[in-house]
Design a protein around this ligand. Structure first.
Ligand SMILES: [Zn+2]
Length: 253
């Protein structure tokens, strides 16, 4: 293979990998933000669960006070019932007693309901706290992985930069300039594989003469349409497929 074509292929591989590594590094602040958002959401769920439990407790305390009021009324009516003089007074006080009893029953039922609800809400708080703990652990693990990845990306960027310097040092100046001009115009891709007579990136059919030259990988040839430098990847030799037929013992007797 043409030495500079080989260098260009290596250069393209490096530049593409470098671009990908830079993109990953650039995405880090956004990833950090989404980790923070996950933690915030988990904390928010704990806070909401605690708020629901607190408002249940407040409602139950208020109900307890009301219940005490009705209980006070009931005992007052019962005392009054001892002192009634007339049938009419007796019926009136009985009516008040029945009413107070009904109120007490209603409040007691509501309080029982509130207590049952408090059990569920307490369990919900515990679950939200456990979930938040698990989320914290998961986020910590993700952060750690991101940090490791960050260091690896920086290391590989450094390594690739050294490799690039070495390749560029050996490459023909003019060719490097051509490569960089095409890369700038073509979203960073200055090379294209030629396959079945076609430039695989812009899909334009190459003239047979051009394709034949490209097939040999011995010259720098640019695609007429996209200007990318063309290279050819030879098909692997079909040695394995031919083997059984060549074996005389495999023939039918
Ligand atoms: Zn092309």
């Amino acid at each position: 293979m043409h030495a500079d074509l080989e260098r260009l292929i290596a250069l393209q591989r490096l530049d593409t990998a470098t671009e990908a590594a830079r993109k990953k590094l650039a995405e880090e602040p956004e990833r950090e933000k989404s980790l923070d958002a996950r933690l915030d959401a988990a904390k928010q769920r704990v806070a909401s669960a605690k708020e629901r439990l607190a408002s249940n407790q407040n409602a139950r305390r208020a109900m307890e006070k009301e219940l005490a009021v009705h209980q006070g009324r009931l005992s007052k009516f019962r005392e009054q019932a001892m002192a009634v003089k007339t049938n009419q007074e007796y019926h009136a006080i009985q009516h008040e007693i029945a009413h107070a009893q009904a109120q007490i029953k209603t409040h007691e039922d509501q309080m029982l309901e509130g207590m049952l609800e408090a059990d569920d809400l307490t369990a919900a708080v515990k679950k939200a706290e456990a979930d938040a703990g698990a989320e914290q652990k998961a986020v910590d693990a993700d952060r750690k992985a991101m940090k490791t990845e960050h260091l690896e990306l920086e290391k590989s960027l450094e390594r690739m930069s050294d490799e690039r310097t070495a390749i560029v040092g050996a490459l023909d100046r003019q060719l490097l300039q051509t490569f960089e001009q095409i890369a700038k115009k073509r979203h960073g891709i200055a090379l294209a594989e030629a396959k079945d007579g076609i430039c695989t990136i812009c899909h334009v059919r190459l003239r047979p003469q051009v394709f034949n030259t490209v097939r040999r990988n011995e010259a720098i040839v640019q695609c007429d349409s996209c200007q990318r430098v063309l290279y050819f990847v030879p098909a692997p030799a079909p040695a394995a497929a031919a083997a059984p037929a060549a074996d005389p013992s495999a023939q039918p007797s």
